[in-house]
Structures are given as structure tokens and as C-alpha cells.
Design a protein around this ligand. Structure first.
Ligand SMILES: Nc1ncnc2c1ncn2[C@@H]1O[C@H](COP(=O)(O)OP(=O)(O)OP(=O)(O)O)[C@@H](O)[C@H]1O
Length: 598
């Protein structure tokens, strides 16, 4: 089963290579065949040289010598060309462009984002990152191994014709192949086993050296501790690797020692019964046989090495297939407008790798056209709820019904096209101009400058644009030589992105003003209130806003109060304030702290 999958993958890659670079692909095959022919020809020509000399046939000896010299020169040329074409051009052209693209398309093709939190997935993607060339190289190694086997078979046939005992060399050759295989397996298991430690140490390294966390680490004096942990993670991973490599090396050396002893013994026993020409042929072929076995072994090793990349690649393909299969067979389009609203029914969700649900048995209806606020303490499940409304995760239990249709049955891309969102952990995209960054909110309208300008205005980012050296065309972020922004300014760009879509059914604002000053916050909220009303009137859109500032949510039509993954209360501000609710408790606490009017 596994072998069949490997063969199918190699066949796919060969077909891909043929389609993409047919001349180079044919060239590699031709060079491989030529290389085998030259090796055998050289051995036979050398025998003719010696036999010609022994039997005083000068002319045939000279001719054979010229042929042998030509074969040597050609072998050198073929080897050079092979290295250039096979490894540099064929692998380089197909690997990064086609295979890497397949991997990113596969990953992007998964509807939800739950896999991005699975360590299983992360470990494998870590291995696959930038290693597409290795998959293609693996395929070419298989082709090369095929030609090596042909060379081996011809060499053995000629050796057998001199003395059949020499055929037993093949049996001895199996020993180092097997021990090398074992060694590779030990190394593969170790690579996967230590991937998490390496990811951890890389993360800690970035933490210790990155500009972002530098301030916090210095103030807290946590730098040495982060460095200590990074070193510990590195040492543990390296020690694991060292031990595995040592064991692997012992296996490999053992196999080679056994083979060399057998080879020497066999040569010694047949050399006395052969003619002078045969002896030259035998030695030449034995050397080439040894070379072929050695090549075969290193090719098998490379193939095993490719297995290290093939396994995660196949796992990812299977995973993508399973995910796609588990979706709705015939997804439905999102409605044009919301008539009733979104019904959340007994919703439960637990993040992969955790045991406590982030949302548990949440039931509530968000009426069409409503402005809904979600409040609750940190970690109560607010962001999880809006991410589920955006169809990023599949519920463990319960459902989200959009005008009566299960969200799970609605085409994800269609639903996302009708969703506008500014998330708490918004993206920065520090390599493109501000206008382009805003246009990412709705790529279909990326050239609509009027819409981009309106989105910037809606997010209150006009002032920011006025201050930038090239206005909307200013490249943002220091990483690529652009202008860096403050946290609040980045957040305004994210908000502008969320304002690009003019007809969303769902507008999600997860702490949209957390990094903004009070006047900006007030102005933006007033604008969002107005926008929310406009969207509600035109197509029944629902706005869901998460905020820790109670003064801003009190105007919402419906307030959801989450506490430890559960919905503990819901209603309007007035409703909730008249009751002895978690909301009134939190509101009172904040009012005392900020002297809010009740
Ligand atoms: N990617 C994740 N993997 C595992 N657990 C997570 C993940 N994201 C959130 N959680 C956990 O789920 C629970 C709810 O998190 P969520 O982010 O929804 O809370 P929140 O109310 O939005 O918090 P905050 O106000 O701090 O943003 C928390 O216990 C959190 O630790």
C-alpha cells in the first residue's frame, strides 16, 4: 500500500517533469543510459587492449586503447552534464515552482483553520517547508537506481561468464544495503521525534532576538531565562540527533566491513584461474560493480531521505482529502440577505490538543439586522465564538443556522465573501503599500480606488494616510524598507480592510479599538454604529462586536455575556442592568474603575 503510494507519487512527479521540461527530462534519461553503456564498454575495451598485447595484435590493441580513452573522456563529460541537468535544471525547475505550489494550494484548500493548531500538522509542515526539491530529487534517484540496476545486471552477467562464483558478490552486497536502510530509518525517526524541540528552540530564539518582544523581555528581565530555555531545547534536540546518528553510523559501518571482507576473499580465489585479459576485465568490472553497489546504496539512502519528506507530503495529501470529504457534498450558496438571522444551537467547541471546551452548550439567536456585542472576561470564549461564526472551526456539537440553513452546509468561500472581519490578532502584511493592504479586504475590488478611499475613511485612517510620505502608496513595515506604524495605526489599516466589503451579511469586529486612543475609539464606534444600521437596513446584516469597554457596547441591540465557555446571560443593556446578572456585576466593576455613567 505504502509502496504503491510512493510509486504513484514518483510517477506523478515524472509526468510533471516531462510536461514542464520535456527536453531536460529526456536528456537525463539519455545521459543515464549513456553512462551505463560507457562503463561496460570501458571494461570490455580494456580487456581487448590486454588480449591484443598478449597475442601480439598491435592494431586491435591500439584501436581498443583509443576506444577506451574516448570512453573515459565521454564518461567525464556525461557525469558533468548529468550533475548540471538532473540536479540543477530538472529538480530546480520543477521542485520549487510546481511541487511547492501544490503544497501551498493543498493547505489553502482546507476550509477551516483547526489544523493550524494541531502539532501533528505543524511538525509535518515544518519538514515540508522549502523541501519540494527533495521530493523531485527522490524521483530522479529512483530513475537513477533503475539504471544502476541495469548496470549491475550486465556487470554480473559478464563476471558470471568469467567465473560463476563471482555472482555471489550480489548476495554480499545486500548486507550494506540493509544496514544502510536501517541507519536511515533510525535517522528519520529521530528527525520527526525532535522536530517539536527544534520548533520550540527556533521560537525561543526569535523571541530572544526579535524586535517585537525585546522591550517586554528587557523590562521583565526575562532575557536570560528565555536564552536558557532556548539552549536547553537545542541541547536536548541535538543530543537526540547525535545519539541517533551514532547508532546509524555503527549500523552502516558494520555492513560495509562485512561486504569488503567477502569481496576481497572472492577476488583472491578466482584470480589465479583467469587469462590476462579476463583479469583486467574482472578488476575493472569489479571496481565498477563496487561503484554501482555504492551508488545503489547511496541512492537508496537518498530515497530514504526523500521518504523523510515524502511521508509528510503524503500525510498532508491524505489529510486534505479527508477534510474535503468530510465537508458537505453539495454546499449551498450564502443567502443574498438575512431574513431571520443566525441561530446558535447548543454549540460546543474544544481546540485540538486541549480538553476543556472553549465554547460549551451556547444557544442564542442573533436577529437579522442586529448589532450584537459579546462581553466576558479574558478566555471566556468570545473570539472563539466569532471565529466559529466565520466558519473557521467545525463545531464538536450543536450547529449555527443561517436563516435556518446549517452554516456547515454553506459554501465556505461564499460565506467568507459575505463576511467582513477585523480580528484581534490582525495581519500586518509588511511588504505592500497601504492601499494594497486595505484592498486585501476584498480582492475583487482591488482596483476600485473610490472604494479603498471610502474604507480608509470608515476606519478613521485619513489622518494616518495624510502623514505618510507617499500617502496611500506608502509601503508599510520596516522589514522591507517601508514605513513602520504604531500598534493603533496598524489596527486602523486592519479596520479599513474590514470596511472594503460593502454588502457583508456578517460584520465581525473583535476588539476593533483595543489599540486606539479614546477619541479615535469613540469616532470609530459612532461610524460602525451608523454602518451597522445601513447594512442592517439594506440586507439584514448582523454586526458582532467584541469589546472590553462597556461604554461602547451599551448601545448594542443584544449583548451576550460569556463566562468560562458558557453563555450566562443575554439581552439589551437595560435588560441586563435591571437584573442581578454577570453583566451588571462586570459593568459595575468597570464603572467604579472608570466612573462610567450607569
Ligand atoms: N488556538 C487555541 N488553541 C488552544 N486553546 C485556545 C486557542 N485559542 C483559544 N484557546 C483557549 O480557548 C479559550 C477561549 O479563548 P478565546 O480566545 O475565545 O477567549 P476570549 O474571551 O476571546 O479571550 P480574550 O478576551 O483574552 O481575547 C481560552 O481558554 C483559551 O486559552
Amino acid at each position: 500500500m505504502r509502496a504503491r503510494k510512493y510509486l504513484r507519487l514518483w510517477k506523478d512527479l515524472l509526468v510533471l517533469s516531462w510536461r514542464r521540461v520535456p527536453a531536460l527530462t529526456a536528456g537525463v534519461f539519455a545521459l543515464e543510459a549513456l553512462s551505463v553503456a560507457l562503463t561496460i564498454a570501458l571494461a570490455l575495451l580494456l580487456r581487448s587492449v590486454v588480449d591484443g598485447m598478449v597475442h601480439a595484435q598491435a592494431q586491435s590493441a591500439v584501436l581498443a586503447a583509443v576506444g577506451a580513452a574516448l570512453a573515459c573522456v565521454l564518461t567525464l563529460v556525461v557525469n558533468r552534464l548529468h550533475g548540471l541537468i538532473a540536479m540543477f535544471l530538472a529538480v530546480g525547475k520543477v521542485g520549487p515552482t510546481d511541487v511547492d505550489r501544490r503544497v501551498t494550494e493543498d493547505i489553502a484548500g482546507i476550509e477551516d483553520i483547526a489544523h493550524m493548531e494541531l502539532s501533528d500538522y505543524l511538525d509535518r509542515v515544518d519538514i515540508l517547508r522549502g523541501s519540494a526539491w527533495s521530493l523531485v530529487q527522490g524521483m530522479w534517484t529512483v530513475v537513477r537506481t533503475g539504471f544502476t540496476l541495469v548496470q549491475l545486471a550486465i556487470s554480473l552477467w559478464i563476471l558470471g561468464s568469467v567465473d560463476p562464483r563471482l555472482l555471489s558478490l550480489l548476495l554480499f552486497a545486500v548486507v550494506p544495503v540493509w544496514t544502510d536502510h536501517r541507519a536511515r530509518r533510525i535517522i528519520n525517526a529521530m528527525e520527526v521525534g525532535t522536530a517539536e524541540q527544534f520548533r520550540l528552540q527556533r521560537h525561543l530564539f526569535e523571541l530572544a532576538t526579535g524586535a517585537g518582544p525585546a522591550k517586554e523581555l528587557r523590562v521583565a528581565g526575562a532575557g536570560p531565562e528565555v536564552t536558557r530555555r532556548q539552549r536547553a531545547a537545542w541541547d536536548e534536540a541535538m543530543m537526540g540527533r547525535f545519539r541517533a546518528r551514532l547508532r546509524a553510523a555503527l549500523w552502516a559501518i558494520g555492513g560495509w566491513v562485512a561486504f569488503t571482507i567477502a569481496f576481497t576473499f572472492l577476488l583472491g580465489s578466482v584470480i589465479s584461474e583467469a587469462s590476462a585479459g579476463d583479469i583486467v576485465l574482472l578488476v575493472t568490472l569489479a571496481v565498477s560493480l563496487l561503484q554501482a553497489v555504492h551508488n545503489g546504496i547511496s541512492q537508496v539512502t537518498t530515497m530514504m531521505n526523500a521518504g523523510y519528506h515524502i511521508e509528510p507530503y503524503l500525510w498532508l495529501q491524505d489529510y486534505v482529502k479527508r477534510q474535503k470529504r468530510s465537508g458537505t457534498p453539495i454546499p449551498q450558496p450564502a443567502p443574498q440577505r438575512l431574513a431571520r438571522g443566525i441561530e446558535i444551537r447548543n454549540l460546543r467547541y474544544t481546540y485540538p490538543g486541549t480538553t476543556r471546551p472553549a465554547l460549551d452548550d451556547v444557544t442564542v439567536t442573533l436577529p437579522a439586522g442586529a448589532m450584537v456585542a459579546v462581553v466576558g472576561e479574558h478566555g471566556s470564549g468570545k473570539s472563539t465564538l466569532v471565529k466559529m461564526l466565520s466558519k473557521f472551526y467545525r463545531p464538536d456539537a450543536g450547529a449555527i443556522l443561517v436563516d435556518g440553513t446549517d452554516l456547515a452546509a454553506i459554501e465556505a468561500t461564499d460565506w467568507r465573501a459575505r463576511t467582513s472581519a477585523a480580528f484581534q490578532d490582525f495581519g500586518r502584511y509588511p511588504h505592500i503599500a497601504l492601499a494594497e493592504s486595505v484592498a486585501l479586504g476584498d480582492l475583487a475590488h482591488r482596483d476600485d480606488t473610490a472604494r479603498i478611499a471610502a474604507a480608509i475613511r470608515a476606519a478613521g485612517a485619513d489622518d494616518l494616510v495624510a502623514k505618510l510620505p507617499d500617502g496611500r502608496e506608502t509601503v508599510l513595515g520596516r522589514t522591507f524598507g517601508g514605513v513602520d506604524l504604531s500598534e493603533g495605526q496598524w489596527q486602523k489599516v486592519a479596520l479599513a480592510r474590514a470596511a472594503m466589503r460593502t454588502t457583508p451579511l456578517l460584520l465581525v469586529l473583535d476588539e476593533p479599538t483595543a489599540s486606539l486612543d479614546a477619541p479615535s475609539e469613540k469616532a470609530i464606534f459612532d461610524r460602525y454604529m451608523a454602518q451597522s444600521k445601513r447594512l442592517a437596513e439594506s440586507h439584514g446584516a448582523i454586526t458582532v462586536i467584541i469589546s472590553h469597554r462597556f461604554s461602547t457596547v451599551s448601545g448594542a441591540d443584544l449583548i451576550l455575556v460569556l463566562d468560562q465557555a458558557r453563555l450566562v446571560d443575554h439581552g439589551s443593556h437595560e435588560d441586563l442592568m435591571t437584573r442581578d446578572s454577570k453583566y451588571s456585576e462586570l459593568f459595575a466593576a468597570q464603572a467604579t474603575a472608570y466612573r462610567l455613567p450607569g
